[in-house]
Design a protein. Structure first.
Lengths: 302, 413
């Protein structure tokens, strides 16, 4: 038996690098959507490998909801500086003001829906023809059916019935004026693949992924960080616990997991043992309706 | 640990969704919140506490109409392997979806309903598997619980299928009697079928040897992207980034650039910016060459002792995938890996009936889900191998110039 054999992480990495190079070659103005979460951090790592020894030939774009964890923002700025990447930040706050959008109400007002407006404006502003995202097909039903190269119309909408067949490793990125493509280079990775890769590659993550002490509101069994962005009520149950985050989104819609895991190994062993899916455990917004993701994608969401 | 990509083929009532649900469930890849949601949705309580078929249920649009739109991808893993399932629906547009799902698959599970035996659908799925050269076939004879776990029924179906497989030239075939609904022979050997000496399905999937499916003998590499950092310290750096389609490349190898036909040597090989002594399929790598040659995206770098075919008129099989029909004389883009050029369909020889493999004359247009043999003429030289010889370098897609849709799968003859 030869030593010409790739293990599963090497195979996934090779596929993702291939996709990144297709993006750079097929599009004039791609952009990598960067959130500071582990999936987009993995994306940046893969993009660096795809274009080494050169730098990543497209900017990182952060759609800042204004509800981010400070640790994620600090990480974003430090990382962009260290790899000499162009970083573009556009704020949902500015879109809300400029377009007189109405903010969601309620205890945990989510800007998840509104960030689609900022994203579409940013695409328009910079004439991006491809936006690279860190979505994975194992996350959710609507994702399982989306292509790696996913064409959106000029309203940014996804039409699940009009997808192009995607065969072999041949990616058709041809589009008409006004259309753009969302590309998902880590479509075939699972959550555990990402964690194992982060460990294998020794990738640094924002500190909130590891156990730390935090003040939290207990809401319907979920732990939500106390912040200026959530509506405090006198009936709130506030606790202080050692927690970590499994996904990093907005402070208003990401729930924490009780944990003492301070190393990657400990995090991975907790996740391997966990009996609840990533979205079920940590995304408050998906619980609103069962088809929440399908609806948001059709409207231009990532 | 490696990755097995497989496709499941079955018609509407063969229990395909239940089988996939069972694999996910029994391999402990379903989590509590997903189960709770399933319990909420399970209406058919007779099928057990939860309806495993719902696990693979897709979009709301599909649930409302009770249909499946498209190929969905499912993921699960065991300590031995990571699995990627291409789940293609079993009815309308089946050929198109199945070809899409089959294009990346190393293995196909052909589901046969034990009560029905080998039917027209089974033949069709197997014909597509043979056209697409899926290396491994597992025939899962399902619903054994409904035929009293009868060895006789099983043996007859195996014999019937073996004659179909022989006609089609399918090679590595394994048979397993299962009940997806009750979990027999899925993860553990069934206690109700002692007469079956083989392995349960999951073990078959874990142990099938797929290393030799990757061709390591014919070096093929297509340039995806030219890396030119143009910084002070990398002023003269010119790297050809691409995927090793097949074979192995070593530093110092004499290589030929096609279609230009220029010979040179490999001066350096890199993976992710780090120098390596050799690269092999399916790695993403970068090749640096000894001579300064004009090379761009889509050009092939191959070993000078092992050349692929270089032509601009060639015979192909076309699997038509678009509502818009094809006629002789139509022009398209052809994308072969990263190489894009124009092509015209010069002649359509015959249609292949995917139910019988018969050749039929084509009068007029080629419609969605039809497979034809045709002659293509391309605007410049195409550098390729036959699909039969080398799947990864023997396939392409046709793209409509106006809609930009992918309209056909192309297999080079």
């Amino acid at each position: 038996m030869s030593n010409h054999h790739l293990n599963y992480l090497e195979q996934l990495e090779a596929e993702s690098i291939h996709i990144f190079r297709e993006i750079a070659a097929q599009f004039e103005r791609p952009a990598l959507l960067f959130s500071g979460g582990k999936d987009s951090i993995t994306l940046v790592h893969l993009a660096r490998k795809a274009f080494a020894p050169g730098k990543i030939p497209f900017p990182l774009v952060h759609i800042d909801t204004g509800h981010n964890f400070q640790e994620a923002l600090d990480y974003r700025d430090a990382m962009a500086a260290s790899i000499h990447a162009d970083l573009i930040v556009r704020k949902v706050e500015d879109t809300i003001k400029a377009k007189s959008l109405t903010e969601a109400k309620g205890k945990f007002p989510s800007r998840n829906w509104l960030q689609t407006y900022t994203l579409l404006d940013t695409i328009e502003e910079f004439k991006f023809d491809a936006c690279i995202g860190g979505a994975r097909r194992d996350e959710e039903k609507a994702r399982a059916k989306e292509r790696i190269f996913s064409v959106r119309d000029d309203f940014g909408q996804w039409n699940p019935k009009l997808q192009r067949p995607e065969l072999w490793n041949t990616y058709n990125g041809r589009i008409n004026k006004g259309e753009n493509v969302r590309v998902f280079p880590i479509s075939n990775w699972t959550e555990l693949d990402i964690w194992n890769y982060i460990k294998h590659e020794n990738i640094t993550l924002p500190s909130i992924y590891f156990s730390h002490e935090r003040e939290l509101i207990v809401h319907e069994g979920q732990l939500v960080a106390l912040s200026d962005f959530v509506l405090r009520e006198s009936t709130d149950v506030i606790v202080t616990k050692r927690i970590r985050y499994r996904t990093v989104g907005d402070m208003t819609c990401t729930a924490a997991v009780e944990s003492n895991a301070v190393t990657l190994d400990q995090v991975i062993s907790e996740i391997t043992a966990a009996k609840i899916s990533e979205r079920g455990e940590t995304r408050i917004d998906d619980r609103v309706t069962e088809a929440a993701m399908e609806d948001r994608k059709k409207n231009g969401y990532f | 640990m490696d990755i097995l990509r497989f496709i499941t083929a079955g018609s509407v009532d063969d229990g395909k969704s239940t089988l996939i649900g069972r694999l996910l469930y029994d391999s402990k890849n379903i989590l509590i919140d997903q189960l709770e949601q399933l319990e909420k949705q399970t209406k058919n309580k007779e099928a057990g506490p939860i309806d495993l078929a719902l696990l693979t249920d897709g979009l709301r649009a599909e649930r409302e109409q009770g249909i499946t739109i498209d190929v969905a991808y499912r993921y699960f893993s065991t300590p031995k392997r990571k699995f990627i399932i291409a789940d293609a629906p079993g009815h309308v547009q089946y050929t198109r979806n199945m070809i899409t799902g089959a294009s990346n698959a190393s293995l196909i599970i052909v589901l046969v309903d034990a009560r029905q035996g080998v039917v027209e659908q089974t033949r069709r799925h197997s014909i597509i598997a043979s056209l697409l050269k899926i290396p491994h076939v597992v025939v899962a004879i399902n619903k054994m619980d409904l035929v009293d776990f009868s060895e006789e029924v099983y043996t007859k179906i195996v014999a019937d299928y073996a004659s179909v497989a022989a006609q089609l030239g399918l090679k590595d075939i394994t048979y397993v009697p299962i009940s997806a609904l009750q979990g027999d022979n899925i993860v553990d050997p069934s206690t109700k079928m002692d007469w079956y000496a083989g392995k349960p399905l999951l073990q078959l999937l874990e142990e099938v040897s797929i290393d030799e499916d990757i061709n390591l003998t014919d070096p093929r590499f297509q340039v995806q992207f030219v890396l030119r950092p143009q910084t002070d310290e990398l002023h003269d750096y010119r790297g050809y980034a691409g995927k090793v389609i097949s074979g192995v490349y070593r530093k110092g190898d004499a290589v030929t650039i096609l279609p230009a036909g220029i010979e040179t040597r490999i001066s350096k090989l890199e993976i992710a910016g780090e120098e390596v002594s050799e690269i092999f399929a399916p790695q993403s790598a970068t090749i640096l060459l000894a001579d300064d040659i004009d090379i761009s995206r889509g050009d092939s770098i191959v070993n000078s002792k092992n050349l692929p075919t270089t032509r601009n008129e060639l015979d192909v099989l076309l699997c038509w995938m678009d509502e818009k029909t094809l006629q002789s004389g139509n022009k398209y883009y052809i994308q072969h890996n990263s190489q894009l050029q124009r092509a015209v369909v010069k002649e359509i020889f015959y249609r292949i009936d995917v139910n019988t493999l018969e050749h039929q004359p084509v009068e007029g247009q080629v419609k969605l889900n039809e497979v034809v043999k045709a002659k293509l003429k391309t605007s410049s030289q195409l550098v390729y191998d036959s699909y039969e010889k080398l799947r990864a370098n023997g396939s392409a897609i046709l793209i409509d110039e106006t809609s930009n849709s992918t309209v056909a799968a192309v297999l080079f003859v």
